[in-house]
Ligand binder design. Structure first.
Ligand SMILES: [Ca+2]
Length: 264
């Protein structure tokens, strides 16, 4: 009787061991990455990981300290700053990723800005990642669902009396009522996440993607909209909308996030 039980026990252990080994071989292992969300692809889009938040000032500092990288704004000595009094853009001396308007220091937990497309590519390469394509950005914003919503979080910019993103309230560029509490950038994650766990995928800062602007091939696209987007003028935080600038340009409302390919 005892030997029967022993044989049965060994058989059960062997069965589950073989089952486990086969399962490991058959099912490709997807490695999870800290701070990234997995995006299930579809017939046209391969699966990928995407940063849950835009790259923050603190994260960008890690890159600069590790590599002694100089951003293009730092090399030029100036960068694009929006003047809230005149409603116009100009190149301002001393504006860079640490001092987006050349005055106040950028908080560590806000998205890094004043980074050019080239700077964003350099960061992503250092992090062993890459910039998303526009299709990948929009697909992740839409929670990897086929039927596109208006926004990453749903259909309304205000839900239950709360703003769902950092954008411009009032009348651009003359008046910002600042009802969402942020005249410029906000801490990443402040306005919540979409179903995939992504924050600031709409609003806060425009985010560089790989693609050239189809109408101006020398320029690069940005997605997601920014704190300067008044929905009556520029509805940039709607899924699919874009802005565009040349790849060496830094602006105080443009940042980025990275994606990572799945290695199986
Ligand atoms: Ca705002």
């Amino acid at each position: 009787m005892r030997s029967k039980i022993t044989i049965l026990s060994i058989s059960v252990v062997l069965f589950f061991s073989v089952f486990f080994i086969l399962q490991q071989k058959i099912k490709p292992q997807i490695q999870a990455f800290e701070g990234m969300a997995y995006v299930q692809g579809n017939d046209n889009i391969k699966p990928y990981f995407i940063d849950k938040t835009p790259v923050t000032v603190a994260q960008f500092r890690d890159f600069v300290e590790a590599t002694h990288y100089k951003t293009e704004s730092e090399k030029f000595g100036d960068s694009g700053v929006f003047d809230f009094k005149t409603g116009e853009w100009s190149l301002v001396k001393g504006a860079n990723w640490q001092y987006p308007d050349a005055k106040g220091k950028a908080p560590d937990n806000h998205p890094v800005t004043q980074v050019s497309w080239n700077d964003a590519v350099a960061y992503c390469q250092w992090a062993k990642k890459r910039l998303p394509t526009k299709i990948e950005y929009d697909f992740a914003a839409n929670n990897a669902e086929e039927k596109f919503k208006t926004y990453a979080w749903g259909e309304k910019a205000i839900e239950n009396g709360k703003y769902k993103a950092n954008f411009w309230q009032g009348s651009f560029p003359q008046y910002n009522s600042n009802e969402d509490g942020f005249l410029t950038t906000s801490p990443v994650g402040f306005f919540g996440e979409n179903k995939l766990g992504l924050s600031d995928i709409g609003g806060n800062v425009w985010q560089w993607v790989q693609d050239n602007d189809p109408e101006k091939p020398s320029e690069k696209l940005q997605c997601g909209g920014s704190y300067l987007c008044d929905p009556n003028v520029c509805h940039g935080f709607k899924i699919g909308n874009t802005s565009t600038t040349s790849p060496e340009t830094g602006l105080m409302h443009v940042g980025f996030r990275c994606v990572k390919d799945i290695s199986q």
